[in-house]
Design a protein around this ligand. Structure first.
Ligand SMILES: Nc1ncnc2c1ncn2[C@@H]1O[C@H](COP(=O)(O)OP(=O)(O)OP(=O)(O)O)[C@@H](O)[C@H]1O
Length: 683
């Protein structure tokens, strides 16, 4: 059966021929095809005074004209594309490719900014990419006056941008994505008036001629231009949009010279030499020939505000690498982490901040699971740091997920991973083993020498060669400035305050180096008093926690003793015995793990080949001792021994009763030992 539209078309055609022939023979044909046609025609003639056949003919002619026009248009389009294909060469670039942004960037700087385009798109919200960095390079921000809003950025819109480059005619088409394309084709509105690009549209670069070579040269020009612009900046890439797991946002940060990050100069030089050596082409060949995965990992650890992030940024600038930044507690889960790592370019610097947040989840889970299986007190350990650090425990990534992306089979070669942590001693030893972390760098409290250098940097002339003071103060003679810097640094105790604290003080006195040097003693006193108060508070909190823990252990020991004393069957006694053994084993394992972890972080060369370098001290680094954890271990051990003592006695009692009817252990013996244990623990 013919489709209804075909039938209608043939009827209209028939009606048309009927009128054209003026004959009635075809009317009978129509009557044959549409029963009752003659009645309908009579009705139209009599009541509406209209000839139905004429009406149908008119409709048929209009239909024919429109389909003729449509097919003419189709033919025209085909001819157009045939000519385009014949006369031009083209290269298309995917929407998410960096080259796409670089082409747009070039167009912005060389075509749009010169007023050669009349149809643009504007953006005044967040900067999702660096396509428009040229604007920021040429403009100085003045936040004090009126830059409350983001500057408007102008981009090429959909459709074609024409321009001439190296005597070749180029066309760059920005292609519509599906939703707008549908709207545009339905309403027959030109693309550039139907919507605005969102930044991830594909581009097609076309050039008049039959060779793609001019296009390749043009793309090289775009890349060179982008590289040149980035020279004064560090490109920091982050992942903001949670749904598509890409490095979607680019931030351009002004270069930070390595000299502005103050820590032991020898260590700094060794670190730079290490990275330089790693990036050398021969090193890559060396790794490849020997089948060693070409990767390098560093752990920067130390108290907050000691320059871990600053050092990472400075290193990225020093080696011209893009910095891919991930704040570990904010990474949703392992699959996101994996996708982001898969999208890394081969040569880059990856900064994983607060890496210690990853292991905590595992520890917390482990502690929860053991809690559920018994009334184990594992969670005590986690309590010790959960209160002091709100970030801890928030990462949804697992340790194995992290290890997998760092050096799994699918992980990218050639990149450098920098990890930062304020709690290096709590990191899992699997994470800090060589191959994952090749060097550990302790960034600690500021030395007097670093204070001196920081003072000179703050009040010395700008490094741009204009000889202006870095602050708004009058530039002092060099000798005078050096004298003040020395005076300033001597008033600060060596390795007690953080660089961030000292920087904060200097910023508050940035108008007067003399005042900064004069008032430093007073400020140091205040800071030390604050530190002392904080330490006292911490000590009290730790004591309260210890007391609570002791009480908890005493209660548990009491409960255990009661249970051992009051079992109903031999099976129950056996179960209790096993529980005590299991607890013992768990504690032993935890203690071993802790000790091994400490060894690794302290750079114990005997067991680990990972090097530990101290960024602030001349001597070898030692992370802040985890005194609370040590106390916990001691308390656990004490209670452990006591409970185990009880078990040994009870077990012996049980052994004696084996083979005979299940007897309870002598009541007096167990309970008195248990009581003694509780008393000792409470002491
Ligand atoms: N060693 C340093 N030399 C110069 N400036 C420093 C140093 N350490 C910190 N600062 C300054 O202190 C501020 C904080 O530094 P940064 O964010 O790098 O510390 P961090 O160790 O990464 O802190 P956190 O562990 O809290 O992330 C920055 O403004 C930085 O300029």
């Amino acid at each position: 059966m013919a489709p209804p539209s075909n039938t209608m078309n043939s009827l209209l055609a028939l009606a048309g021929t009927t009128v054209l022939n003026g004959g009635s023979s075809t009317i009978s044909d129509l009557e044959e095809r549409i029963p009752g046609f003659s009645i309908l025609q009579d009705f139209f003639k009599k009541w509406l005074r209209l000839d139905l056949t004429t009406l149908l003919t008119a409709a048929a002619l209009m239909g024919a004209a429109s389909s003729g026009a449509q097919s003419l248009q189709d033919t025209g389009t085909k001819i157009y594309w045939w000519i385009v294909r014949f006369l031009t060469a083209s290269i298309s670039i995917a929407g998410h490719d960096r080259l796409n942004r670089e082409v747009l960037n070039w167009l912005g700087a060389h075509v749009l900014s010169k007023g050669r385009a009349r149809i643009l798109t504007a953006n005044s919200e967040t900067i999702q990419n660096d396509a428009w960095s040229y604007r920021r390079v040429s403009q100085e921000r003045n936040d004090f006056h009126h830059e409350k809003r983001m500057p408007v950025q102008y981009l090429p819109t959909f459709g074609t941008t024409w321009f001439i480059h190296q005597r070749n005619l180029f066309m760059v088409r920005r292609i519509l994505t599906s939703s707008t394309a549908y709207h545009s084709s339905w309403t027959r509105t030109p693309d550039e008036y139907a919507g605005a690009p969102e930044g991830d549209e594909p581009l097609v670069v076309m050039c008049l001629g039959r060779s793609v070579e001019p296009i390749k040269r043009f793309l090289d020009t775009c890349r060179e231009f982008a590289d040149k612009q980035r020279e004064a900046y560090i490109t920091v890439r982050i992942s903001k949009r949670s749904y598509d797991e890409t490095w979607d946002t680019t931030i351009l940060r002004p270069l930070r010279p390595l000299e502005t990050v103050h820590f032991d100069e020898k260590t700094k030089a060794a670190l730079v030499a290490d990275i330089e050596n790693y990036l050398d082409i021969n090193t890559r060949k060396f790794y490849n020939r020997r089948g060693i995965p070409y990767r390098r990992g560093f752990l920067l650890y130390g108290p907050p505000g000691t320059g871990k992030t600053s050092l990472s940024l400075a290193l990225a600038g020093r080696f011209g690498l893009e910095l891919y930044l991930l704040h570990m507690p904010s990474v949703r889960d392992d699959s996101v982490l994996e996708k982001l790592f898969t999208a890394l370019p081969p040569r880059c610097l990856v900064l994983l901040e607060d890496i210690d947040a990853v292991g905590v989840k595992r520890r917390a889970r482990r502690s929860r699971s053991s809690d559920s299986s018994s009334s184990s007190s594992d969670s005590d350990n986690d309590d010790s740091h959960s209160s002091s650090d709100p970030d801890r425990g928030r990462s949804n990534c697992t340790l194995s997920g992290l290890l997998n992306v760092i050096d799994g089979v699918a992980s990218q070669e050639g990149r450098i991973v920098l990890m930062t942590s304020n709690y290096a001693e709590k990191l899992d030893k699997a994470l800090v083993r060589p191959g994952r972390v090749d060097k550990m760098l302790y960034l600690g409290h500021i030395s007097q020498r670093s204070c001196e250098l920081m003072f000179l940097r703050m009040f010395g002339p700008d490094t741009d060669g204009l000889g202006m003071p870095a602050s708004r103060s009058v530039l002092l003679p060099k000798a005078e400035l050096e004298r003040l810097a020395l005076e300033f640094s001597r008033a600060i105790p060596n390795e007690v305050l953080t660089p961030a604290q000292v920087q904060g003080y200097l910023l508050n006195h940035r108008d007067s180096p003399v005042e900064a040097a004069e008032k430093i003693g007073e400020w140091v006193k205040e800071e030390l008093a604050i530190l002392e108060a904080a330490k006292e508070k911490e000590r009290k909190a730790a004591e309260a926690k210890k007391k609570k823990r002791r009480e908890k252990r005493a209660r548990k020991a009491r409960e255990m003793a009661e249970a051992l004393n009051d079992y109903d069957s031999e099976e129950e006694l056996e179960r209790l015995r096993e529980e005590v053994e299991r607890k013992k084993a768990e504690r032993r394992k935890r203690k071993e793990e802790k000790e091994e972890g400490k060894e690794a972080v302290n750079g114990d060369g005997e067991s680990e080949s990972t090097e530990a370098v101290n960024g602030s001290k001349e001597t070898e680094s030692k992370p802040t001792p985890d005194s609370e954890a040590a106390e916990t271990t001691g308390a656990e051990k004490q209670t452990d021994e006591k409970v185990n003592g009880e078990t040994a006695k009870t077990t012996n009692g049980l052994k004696h009763s084996e083979g005979s009817s299940p007897e309870k252990a002598p009541e007096g013996e167990v309970s008195s030992a248990a009581e003694a244990s509780v008393e000792k623990t409470e002491e």
